[in-house]
Design a protein around this ligand. Structure first.
Ligand SMILES: NC(=O)c1ccc[n+]([C@@H]2O[C@H](COP(=O)([O-])OP(=O)(O)OC[C@H]3O[C@@H](n4cnc5c(N)ncnc54)[C@H](O)[C@@H]3O)[C@@H](O)[C@H]2O)c1
Ligand SMILES: O=C(O)[C@H](O)COP(=O)(O)O
Length: 387
């Protein structure tokens, strides 16, 4: 029996996939697995029996990835599962920044009791006029699951699209429309574009990438959209740029009191992935990842351990070992099995950065003593016996 806990509300489309071998608990201390959206785990103590965390979403900056890896806790996310939801809100953001829809709607509400509302609207509408997206230059920083969808949709809106992503995946490159200009220097995006949208993860290397230097290079009256993370933008520099009119509109999905008070900012309460479809997709993918990891030891879509899949075990048992990516680990594991007269039917070892993962399908069950010896090997972080 496995136990899981949810640190945020998770769609039932995902939690209903947990079968009879799974039970929900409200107490993280007895959970084998955690499902989470944006709640922060940074200040949390990680219980020793926790095996896995699944982020039903893309961004994992709310989870201490290294600390989890050190405890042999595999962290998953759900790549692409909410990308369409975000893309659609980015398109709404482009339109809200270009036409004063928000101002116009607010004016109508303020005048809703006027008998001659229709006539007055015809006179006042000039105050809410805007511009069209067609022919404007859109720069996209980050061409992953969301950036590619936004890029292709913007081409279909007849925008001239410039894309920058030095680490684009082969899959991402295949999906990208050939009409997108491939930009090699992000400064070209800053200098050339009328609209700039960022779709990169929050990392040490991307923190405050939109800072005063970047803003100074941009065209006067540029529109910036941030549906990725607040800390990608230096908020003080952005507020100055909005106050000076350098930035016409800043559409941001991450509210703070300072930005919400600044004229020109269009601030949304983190709604990018808040659609029924995205919530269902993320929950389903997250649950499937956890079930396959807990039952079979397979890792798919991990952000702190290597992906490593060996299907369902057909032998006596499977041993899953989370360990450091250092020399001679496999040698020590196989020697132990050999000395215990256990034949290995199948094995797989993969590494990612400082961490590695090994799966062994064994023809006989190892004794408790063998399992204890495995755990004592220097560099081993977790050992599980499955089936
Ligand atoms: N507003 C929301 O509700 C919402 C929803 C989903 C994701 N997000 C945020 O959006 C981010 C992107 O999501 P995604 O699903 O497209 O992720 P993704 O991993 O598919 O794509 C990220 C892309 O950024 C690129 N990248 C990394 N560093 C870069 C850099 N310095 N310059 C240019 N490109 C760089 C990567 O190569 C990758 O292609 C997430 O990390 C998350 O923070 C927000
Ligand atoms: O990174 C993500 O997937 C988004 O920011 C969505 O976050 P949420 O699941 O809390 O809506």
């Amino acid at each position: 029996m496995f136990k899981y806990t949810c640190l945020n509300a998770i769609s039932e489309k995902g939690t209903s996939l947990f079968g009879a071998d799974f039970e929900k608990t409200e107490d993280i201390r007895e959970a084998d697995a955690v499902m989470i959206r944006s709640a922060s785990m940074h200040e949390m103590e990680l219980p020793p029996m926790l095996e896995a965390v699944a982020r039903a979403g893309a961004g994992v900056n709310n989870i201490p990835l290294e600390k989890c890896a050190e405890q042999g806790i595999v962290v998953f996310n759900t790549p692409g599962a909410n990308a369409n939801g975000v893309k659609e809100l980015v398109l709404a953001g482009l339109l809200l920044a270009s036409r004063d829809i928000i101002g116009g709607v607010a004016w109508v509400q303020g005048e809703k009791d006027s008998e001659d509302l229709g006539k007055r609207a015809e006179k006042e509408k000039k105050h809410f006029a805007g511009c069209e997206l067609k022919g404007k230059k859109l720069g996209i920083i980050g061409l992953g699951a969301i950036g590619v969808l936004v890029a292709n949709a913007a081409v279909n809106l007849d925008m001239e699209v410039y894309g920058y992503d030095p680490y684009i995946s082969v899959d991402g490159a295949w999906k990208l429309s050939r009409d997108i200009h491939h930009i090699q220097d992000v400064n070209d995006i800053y200098r050339e574009c009328d609209y700039i949208t960022i779709h990169v993860p929050l990392l040490d290397s991307t923190k405050e990438m939109i800072n005063a230097d970047a803003l100074n290079q941009m065209k006067d009256g540029v529109v910036i959209l941030n549906f990725a993370r607040d800390l990608l933008v230096d908020e003080k520099a952005m507020i100055d740029a909005l106050n000076q009119g350098k930035v016409k509109r800043y559409v941001v999905d991450f509210p703070t009191p300072a930005i919400a008070k600044t004229p020109g900012a269009i601030v949304i309460p983190h709604l990018g992935a808040s659609t029924q479809e995205s919530e269902d997709n993320c929950a389903r993918m997250a649950a499937e990842e956890l079930i396959d990891y807990l039952e079979n030891g397979n890792i798919r879509h991990s952000v702190n351990y290597p992906d490593c899949e060996m299907g369902v075990c057909q032998e006596a048992c499977r041993i899953a070992i989370n360990h450091r990516n250092i020399k001679n680990m496999i040698g020590q594991f196989t020697t132990l099995f050999g000395e215990a007269d256990i034949n290995i039917a199948k094995m797989l070892n993969k590494s990612k950065g400082n961490y590695a993962y090994s799966l062994f399908d064994l023809e006989n069950h190892p004794s408790e003593a063998v399992l204890e010896s495995l755990k004592k090997i220097d560099g081993v972080l977790k050992v599980r016996i499955l089936k």
